[in-house]
Design a protein around this ligand. Sequence first.
Ligand code: NAD
Ligand code: TYD
Length: 351
Amino acid sequence: MEYSKTILITGGAGFIGSHVIRLMVNKYPNYRIVNFDKLTYAGNLKNLTDVENAPNYAFVKGDICNREDLKNAFEQYKVSDVIHLAAESHVDRSIEGPMEFVMTNVVGTVNLLQQAKDSWTGDNHVFHHVSTDEVYGSLGAEGLFEETTSYDPRSPYSASKASSDHFVRAFYHTYGLPVKMSNCSNNYGSHHFPEKLIPLMINNIVHKKPLPIYGKGDNIRDWLWVVDHASAIDTIFHGGRIGESYNVGGLNEWTNLDLVKYLCRLMDQKLGRSEGESEELITYVTDRAGHDMRYAIDASKLESELNWRPSVTFEEGLDLTVDWYLANSEWIEEITSGSYKAYYESMYENR
Ligand code: NAD
Ligand code: TYD
């Protein structure tokens, strides 16, 4: 079959990447979708069992830090477009070891930009870089991050993502590489690795383990369902303007404590537990170093220019998410029985 595009999606075996792959493979049978992923601790091909046999899907095990891996994939598949999601993505891990974040998020991104620049001629290409709102730093009680907000990253993770964003813009301005960028707020949904707040709490509630709240639990995050992030990426990839960045979010701010309490109530109902039972598991632990206070996204550019909207409320999305985790206990058990145990002990024991 002649494909009209061949999109290399990096990090497609991760949380968000697997949702982007699912959407693209199913919605665009005339595109070939190549998942390029190193399969780090966060990459899991079991996230993609429903599309792995699709005729327009291919998997390449490769490292964005390795130019040969990239060159081979670009040549073998004649890659016409890139959606770049591969990254080290967890703030707590970046505090323990920043260099891995510099290597993958900065050096890996520059390698990929370089490969696209060397491989592509003409106008018919898009390099879509997926980034985070954390590059803008931390908000006080008021205000929202806009596309024009100055970058002010404060964790090693956000510093590495900010640096990658700068390189993407540099390749646009210097070499004319046709880039598009998106900066999204915190995602939640199925297939989310249980080092992050929501899946970690769901798993601990199921197992009646302590629910570790950093500091007082008054930090605020702005949550978006991962399927809506995938649809925003689709929208921007196809309709966004070259050289532009778009903020993605759903105006859905929660303090960590309120969110965990809400999850406790929801799960007590679903698990047939008595009201208030799970809330008793809440445990306040030492705060994260340099913990950003508040993130909140203004997505009005994406809404007005490209007519994108989130498809579910937070309550609906969380309900679907909890149901997925309860129905897929073997997915999380496989993860938590491996090296996750050592991670959990080092991060949470004696905290
Ligand atoms: P994740 O940690 O779940 O997945 C990352 C994926 O990248 C994994 O499959 C991993 O194997 C792969 N990977 C890591 N290093 C690689 C390398 N050197 N070469 C090839 N593949 C490699 O991350 P996620 O939460 O799905 O985030 C995806 C992207 O979206 C990241 O760029 C992240 O910064 C961004 N983002 C995440 C969120 C969020 O809430 N999770 C919000 C906004 C933006
Ligand atoms: P996280 O899911 O790691 O995302 P990010 O740091 O990128 O926003 O954390 C979300 C919020 O939850 C953040 O304020 C830190 C807090 N948190 C806890 O209180 N306890 C935990 O065990 C974790 C993982 C996070």
